[in-house]
Design a protein around this ligand. Sequence first.
Ligand code: NI
Ligand code: MN
Length: 227
Amino acid sequence: MLKIQYLGHSCFMIDTGTHRLLLDPFISGNPLAEAIDVKALMPHYILVSHGHADHIADCVDIAHQSNAKVICNFEVGEWLRKHGITQIHSGNYGGKLLYDFGFVKIVNAVHSSIMPDETYGGNPVGFLINIAGKNIYYAGDTGLTMDMKLIPMWGKPDVALLPIGNTFTMDVDDAIIASNFIECNQIIGMHYDTFPPIKINHEEAKQKFTDAGKKLNLLWVGESMEL
Ligand code: NI
Ligand code: MN
């Protein structure tokens, strides 16, 4: 079993039944995610793509309550250490971190990063997650980049979690090009609707992917998809 649950914005819980990985926790500050009980989240790992508050806001609390290990870049890791988190596995571009569930490869994301207290956050990243025999590409916040062509060389994604909200990341049209680059037809959209500048037209977005021979899944907050 491999389940991907959407927790709003760019936050997901990947659950194999044995391992739970939480991605970019931003729940308590997201009015669209009111139905999610932050205190009930007990991941084994938390992956953080960069220091912006809409990706890290609930990380410290959830890491404390779950004793999860946080996977992130070096600078985000040092910031978390200063906030009392001890279970940290930090890396940087090129790093392929090995776990009993598979691996997490740290990949490029073209964006910016600063911690919530405005200290330096290093470079933003994405992740290629190999878990339970499947590859999941989590793009983080990023614009379209030719580097995405490297992703299938490291592992062809079975599903890709791509930002589609425009303004701060790729829009739908660029996300379709990205899905060609990564050689993946099964997409889950993220980083849309949370704030006015990233509101999208759902039907139009899904139709554009369908016209390109791909599937865009827009999950409601709390909804899960099984792979
Ligand atoms: Ni960001
Ligand atoms: Mn963001």
